[in-house]
Write a protein that binds this ligand. Structure first.
Ligand SMILES: *Cc1c(COP(=O)(O)O)cnc(C)c1O
Length: 388
């Protein structure tokens, strides 16, 4: 098992396990875990993580963003329930049946089209999305009664088997009073719709509305599933919010020192001459760049860890390389730089990087490109290498 030691990620399954177990403590006994594994497990490597969740952690529910991700999970042997959270063109009705995948219903029109595309004699399993305030997908109605009637009509379409309804919180990761009220309003709405559907004898196996933040701050026994995403990968839903347990970021990002050079005062570094040395300096060139998903906004702002010390990125991040000021650090070509992760007493998280660029940790890890192999570890032992 080998891989190019240029820029690589290391994903630790035992950290995912700890995050999952800590999160589960916040769920009510009525709520079952659903792991959100879209976008290659947020960049962490689904080929290793999803089988681990199913076989080692006994997770029975998975959610993805689209049908290709869903079929991929079946192709690698996943047998648990798979829910597609987003739109699938109705033309894929056959694949939904063949792969036994549960499809989200975005609106009534879509439900009718999907039903019409269902091969005769079959029923596609669906969960109907309800828009309670995210204004993204879902049945959008002015009253509980109207929403109920729409969903009831959907439940009667001959090509569909309605098994659940769900909604998505817009601001569960906030401790602002208005946001907290808004989240509670969203939960109350879907619970009311579910109660109303029950009166109309529409039987639902699943009603779900919790995401990572929701499960921790708005845990609710009425949600039969909790859709755990970012917290499983060890990052915060919102970087300003404290998580009541120790999150363990699953993924480390590393690269190699290509060369080290001593330069004079007044030397320009990288494209656009945006950095000029103020005194003689030792500069290391490191083998990672924005084509690996390492953000260009870190130009002149980011840091990396080398031999347990912080080194500043100087000049612009290039496509495949960056330069760092390693003055005072004992560095040579071939040494390892940690871009995300811990080295000695120092740590840089994807959330730290996100804060520099005004974005969220989700985007940083999702953007790690397919040029970067994911090296999988379990209890410190390398168990797989995922190359793309
Ligand atoms: C991505 C997603 C989640 C997971 O959100 P996290 O904040 O990562 O926990 C849950 N539900 C839906 C509908 C999603 O799209």
């Amino acid at each position: 098992m080998s891989y190019l030691k240029r820029a690589w990620a290391e994903t630790h399954l035992d950290r995912i396990k700890n995050n999952v177990e800590n999160y589960k403590k916040y769920l009510k006994p009525e709520t079952e875990l659903l792991c959100v594994v879209k976008a290659n497990c947020y960049g962490n490597g689904d080929d290793a993580i999803v089988p681990y969740l199913e076989n080692e952690l006994n997770v029975n529910w998975f959610a993805v963003s689209n049908i290709e991700e869903a079929m991929h999970l079946r192709d690698i042997g996943i047998s648990g329930e798979i829910l597609i959270l987003g739109y699938t063109p109705p033309e894929y009705a056959r694949e939904l049946i063949k792969y036994d995948i549960i499809q989200a219903i975005t609106e009534e029109n879509y439900a009718e089209k999907l039903s019409n595309f269902t091969p005769f004699g079959n029923k596609i399993r669906v969960h109907c999305a309800l828009d309670t305030g995210m204004t993204r997908i879902g049945v959008y109605e002015s009253t509980i009664e109207r929403a109920c009637h729409t969903i009831e009509r959907i439940s009667k379409l001959k090509g569909l088997q309605l098994e659940g309804i769900f909604t998505h919180f817009a601001a569960a990761d906030s401790n602002n009073q208005d946001d907290i009220k808004y989240t509670e309003m969203q939960a109350e709405k879907i619970i009311s719709v579910a109660d109303e559907l029950k009166k109309h004898l529409v039987v639902l196996n699943q009603i779900h509305f919790l995401n990572s933040a929701g499960g921790i701050y708005h845990s609710n026994s009425k949600s039969t599933l909790a859709r755990l995403g970012i917290v499983m990968y060890g990052l915060k839903p919102d970087s300003s919010l404290e998580i009541p347990f120790k999150l363990e970021p699953a993924l480390d990002l590393k690269a190699c020192v290509a060369m080290v050079k001593e330069v004079d005062k007044d030397v320009f570094i990288s494209y656009g001459r945006t950095y000029k040395t103020e005194s003689p300096a030792k500069i290391a060139t490191i083998t990672i760049g924005y084509a690996d998903g390492y953000p260009r906004f870190l130009s002149n702002k980011g840091e990396v860890l080398i031999h347990g010390k912080r080194a500043k990125i100087v000049g612009r991040v290039c496509m495949d390389q960056i330069m760092c000021d390693v003055t005072g650090i004992d560095v040579k070509a071939g040494d390892i730089a940690t871009l995300i992760g811990t080295d000695g007493n120092e740590t840089i998280t994807a959330d730290d990087i996100a804060n520099i660029g005004g974005t969220i940790g989700y985007e940083i890890i999702c953007n790690i490109s397919r040029r970067v192999p994911r090296v999988i570890y379990e209890n410190g032992k390398q168990t797989a290498i995922l190359k793309y």
